[in-house]
Design a protein around this ligand. Structure first.
Ligand code: NAD
Ligand code: UFG
Length: 337
C-alpha cells in the first residue's frame, strides 16, 4: 500500500514516515520545506535504510501535485502540510487561510481526478470551543479563537462535505492534543525556527543554555498548581495513531473525527519537574503573566480512538521528557547541527 505524506519533512510527518516504513508501507513525501529541513528526509532514509521519493513542492500547486499522482499509484493520503503557529496566524490571517485551505482543497480535487478516496487529516484540539467540559470528546461544541484554529475547523467541514457527497471516500479527522518527544534514536525531532512558541522546545533550549529561563505563562488558573494543564502526547504514539487510522480508513467509508491524546492532563510545573528529574538538568523559570488566548485546562477523552482505531497512547511523560532532551542534546541547532 502506498501512502502520500504531505508535510512529511515536518515534526509529526517525519515520525509518521518512519512508522509507516517500519510497518511495510511505501511512502511518497511532498513538502515545500517552508517550516522544515530536507535533512529530515535524509535522516528518515538513514534510520530505515530505505530510499523513497521526495518532491519539494507546494501542495497548493495543482500541476505539481498532478505529476505526483501521475507518477505513482497512491492508495491513501496523510495531509500534514500546513502552517501551524497560532500567534503568527493572528498577524498573517490571509497566509494561513490560503495555505491551509487551498492545500486541502487542491489535494481533494487531485485525489478525485485520480480516484484516490482515503484521506487522513491533521486537525487539532484547538477546534473545540473554549469552555468545553474536560475531558473533551468528539461531540463537544466547536469554535476557535484564532485564524489557525479556524483553518482546521474549515478544513474539517470541507472534508466532511466531500465525504458526504462521495460515499466511497473514507476520511479521518485526527484531532491532536499536545505532541512532544522525539524518535528514540535522537535522529529526528522538532526543529522550530527562531525562538520556540511551544512549551517543550522552550524548555529544552533553556536546559541547553540557549535561552536564559522559561517564562511560565500564569499561575492563577483553576488548576492544581495554578499553571496551565494540557494533554501531552508522545509524537511516536501520535505517529502510530496515523498508521492505525490508515488501516481503519482502508476498511471503511464515511468521515470520523477522532481525538489523539492520552486522557491525562499535566501542568506546566509538572513538565518542568519531570524534565529536571529524568534528565538531571535544571530548568530555571519565572512566573509571568498569562499568555493572551490561553485557557486553563485541555485534555482529551480518547475512548473513540481506542474503540475505532484500537489505538492507545503507550508512552508516559518521563519518556516524552527523556526523548525530547536526547534529540535537543544531540542536535543543539536542530537539523543544521
Ligand atoms: P511542521 O511545521 O513541522 O510540519 C508541517 C510541514 O508542512 C512542514 O514541513 C512544512 O514545510 C510543510 N508545509 C506547509 N505548507 C505547505 C504547503 N503548502 N505545501 C507543502 N508543504 C507545506 O508541523 P507539525 O507539528 O509536524 O504539524 C503537522 C500538522 O499537524 C499541521 O497541519 C499542524 O497544523 C497539525 N497540528 C500540529 C500540532 C502541534 O502541536 N505540532 C497540534 C495539532 C495539529
Ligand atoms: N507555556 C508556558 N511558557 C511557554 C510556552 C508555553 O508557560 O514558553 C504554557 C502555556 O501557557 C500552556 C502550555 O505551556 O499552558 C502549553 O503551551 P504550548 O504553546 O506548548 O501549547 P498550546 O496548548 O498552547 O497549543 C498547542 C499547539 C496548537 C494546538 C494546541 C492543541 O501549539 O497548535 O496545542 O491543543 F492547536
Amino acid at each position: 500500500m502506498t501512502i502520500l505524506v504531505t508535510g512529511g519533512a515536518g515534526y509529526i510527518g517525519s515520525h509518521t514516515c518512519v512508522k509507516l516504513l517500519e510497518e511495510g508501507y511505501d511512502i511518497i513525501v511532498v513538502d515545500n520545506l517552508v517550516n522544515s529541513n530536507e535533512k529530515a528526509v535524509g535522516r528518515i532514509q538513514e534510520l530505515i535504510g530505505k530510499i523513497f521519493p521526495f518532491y519539494r513542492l507546494d501542495v497548493c500547486d495543482v500541476d505539481a501535485l498532478r505529476k505526483v499522482f501521475q507518477n505513482h499509484q497512491i492508495d491513501c493520503v496523510i495531509h500534514f502540510a500546513g502552517l501551524k503557529a497560532v500567534g503568527e496566524s493572528v498577524s498573517k490571517p490571509l497566509e494561513y487561510y490560503s495555505n491551509n485551505l487551498i492545500s486541502t482543497i487542491t489535494l481533494c480535487k487531485v485525489m478525485k481526478e485520480y480516484g484516490v478516496t482515503c484521506f487522513i487529516f491533521s486537525s487539532s484540539a484547538t477546534v473545540y470551543k473554549p469552555g468545553s467540559s474536560m475531558p473533551v470528546n468528539e461531540t463537544a461544541e466547536l469554535g476557535c479563537t484564532n485564524p489557525y484554529g479556524w483553518t482546521k475547523y474549515m478544513c474539517e467541514q470541507i472534508l466532511r462535505d466531500v465525504a458526504l457527497t462521495n460515499p466511497d471516500w473514507s476520511v479521518v479527522l485526527l484531532r491532536y492534543f499536545n505532541p512532544i518527544g522525539a524518535h528514540e534514536s535522537g535522529q529526528i525531532g522538532e526543529d522550530p525556527t527562531g525562538i520556540p512558541n511551544n512549551l517543550v522546545p522552550y524548555i529544552t533550549q533553556t536546559a541547553l543554555g540557549k535561552l536564559e529561563k522559561l517564562y511560565v505563562f500564569g499561575n492563577d488558573y483553576d488548576t492544581k498548581d495554578g499553571t496551565g494543564v494540557r494533554d501531552y502526547i508522545h509524537v511516536q504514539d501520535l505517529a502510530q495513531g496515523h498508521v492505525d487510522a490508515v488501516n481503519f480508513a482502508s476498511k471503511t467509508t464515511g468521515c470520523e473525527e477522532i481525538n489523539l491524546g492520552t486522557g491525562i492532563g499535566y501542568s506546566v510545573l509538572d513538565i518542568v519537574s519531570t524534565f529536571e528529574k529524568v534528565n538531571g538538568v535544571k530548568v530555571p523559570y519565572e512566573i509571568s503573566p498569562r499568555r493572551p488566548g490561553d485557557i486553563g485546562t485541555v485534555y482529551a477523552d480518547a475512548t473513540k480512538a481506542s474503540r475505532l482505531l484500537k489505538w492507545k497512547a503507550e508512552k508516559d511523560l518521563e519518556d516524552m521528557c527523556r526523548d525530547s532532551w536526547r534529540w535537543q542534546k544531540q542536535n543543539p541547532n536542530g537539523y543544521n547541527t
